[in-house]
Design a protein around this ligand. Structure first.
Ligand SMILES: *[C@@H]1O[C@H](CO)[C@@H](O)[C@H](O)[C@H]1NC(C)=O
Ligand SMILES: *[C@@H]1O[C@H](CO)[C@@H](O)[C@H](O)[C@H]1NC(C)=O
Ligand SMILES: *[C@@H]1O[C@H](CO)[C@@H](O)[C@H](O)[C@H]1NC(C)=O
Ligand SMILES: *[C@@H]1O[C@H](CO)[C@@H](O)[C@H](O)[C@H]1NC(C)=O
Ligand SMILES: *[C@@H]1O[C@H](CO)[C@@H](O)[C@H](O)[C@H]1NC(C)=O
Ligand SMILES: *[C@@H]1O[C@H](CO)[C@@H](O)[C@H](O)[C@H]1NC(C)=O
Length: 315
């Protein structure tokens, strides 16, 4: 019998819909050299993103770093913690630019418009956990800017699968609607059910190979999500170093809330806690199912460790 922590608070925020720009009235003559910046009708094909710079020096710049996943890995916590840094600005919602065709078709201009205002010294970061497991995304990010630094936060694949299941079925459980138990979803004919997408998402090495076709390993920093929950500060120091940020996040930015059983953030006077377990049902997963999962993931995990040249404390 095993219990597990429910993942980080689920922010299922939808991308902001921005109204399309007003059409330019072409009756007015626009000098040819200016056309490049004012092209009204075909900007989705524009490869160049030219943000407007406000008099105070801020602009909406494309992200130089992206948190690519993994779903239920702790991406929201990582983003919030990174956002403690004064030289970081973060997009609040998950943009889904590179993985949703309808967004990708809107082009880099649209993508840039989803970003927060930043000063030139600041890094812009966005997170969309679905990127990691979407096969078309690595090439698209590469095409935007091949120097993009990628952050990937991973947890024990077994716990991630169960957490993934819980997110999807939580509403049904709460509404007392019928749902398949975690055991029914995970095990088919006595074996781990590979047709269940959540299982596939935990096969980290398969997805990682896809990224390594476009980005060197040195450009992908893996955050240990299990460690981040237990001891956030050391993990965040590594992230700062990877992003070449000055060391501004310190241990006093984190404090342990005994009642909740996990860390909360302190940002000057502002304090906030990231988990939300209130009202969540913690399914008890049958131990034989857990053992099957641990056994099932051991080979994929070994392959992943080999791929990234690093091991993790997973079952
Ligand atoms: C948009 O521009 C591209 C080249 O930049 C061109 O190939 C394409 O036909 C244009 N599309 C429209 C709808 O004008
Ligand atoms: C900079 O100017 C823009 C546009 O006027 C404004 O929206 C933004 O809040 C300003 N930012 C700061 C930090 O003053
Ligand atoms: C890619 O990003 C780097 C670092 O932010 C920047 O210096 C460079 O101009 C960008 N390249 C393109 C093609 O946007
Ligand atoms: C898992 O997902 C990847 C990427 O979407 C896909 O290429 C692969 O075929 C899937 N594997 C299985 C066993 O379903
Ligand atoms: C930690 O950072 C905060 C600002 O976030 C600052 O006020 C505090 O002095 C720092 N503490 C140490 C020990 O550096
Ligand atoms: C710790 O968590 C408890 C329970 O959620 C909450 O009532 C309390 O305000 C929190 N304390 C701090 C200092 O965050």
């Amino acid at each position: 019998m095993a219990t597990f922590f429910l993942g980080l608070l689920l922010f299922l925020v939808h991308p902001v819909v921005v109204p399309s720009r007003p059409r330019f009235d072409l009756k007015y003559r626009i000098p040819p050299h200016a056309m490049r910046y004012t092209l009204p009708n075909n900007y989705s094909s524009q490869k160049i993103y030219q943000p407007l710079v406000f008099p105070n020096g801020t602009s909406q710049r494309l992200p130089q770093t992206i948190i690519i996943g993994v779903r239920k890995g702790g991406t929201r916590a990582l983003l919030e913690m990174l956002n403690l840094h004064p030289d970081v600005t973060a997009a609040e919602s998950e943009i889904h630019f590179f993985d949703w065709e309808e967004n990708y078709a809107k082009g880099l201009q649209w993508y840039g418009k989803q970003m927060p205002l930043s000063y030139p010294r600041q890094l812009t970061v966005e997170k969309t956990p679905a990127y990691f497991t979407s096969s078309e995304v690595p090439e698209r990010i590469y095409n935007m800017n091949k120097t993009t630094r990628l952050l990937l936060i991973l947890r024990d694949p077994t716990e991630r699968v169960i957490s993934d299941y819980t997110q999807v079925f939580f509403n049904r459980m709460q509404k007392h609607k019928p749902f398949q138990s975690v055991e029914e979803m995970l095990i088919r004919n006595g074996r781990v059910n590979l047709d269940y997408k959540a299982v596939n998402r935990s096969l980290y090495y398969i997805h990682m190979q896809n990224w390594l076709k476009y980005f060197p390993l040195s450009q992908i920093h893996i955050v240990d999500g299990d460690q981040l929950i237990k001891e956030p500060f050391p993990e965040m120091e590594k992230v700062e170093r990877f992003l070449m940020l000055s060391p501004r996040i310190n241990a006093s930015n984190f404090y342990f809330n005994k009642t909740k059983g996990f860390y909360c953030l302190r940002d000057g006077v502002r304090e906030r806690c990231l988990h939300e377990s209130k009202g969540r049902t913690h399914p008890q997963v049958d131990s034989t199912v857990l053992n099957k999962l641990h056994e099932f993931f051991s080979e994929p995990n070994r392959k992943f460790f080999e791929t990234v040249g690093r091991t993790f404390d997973w079952h």
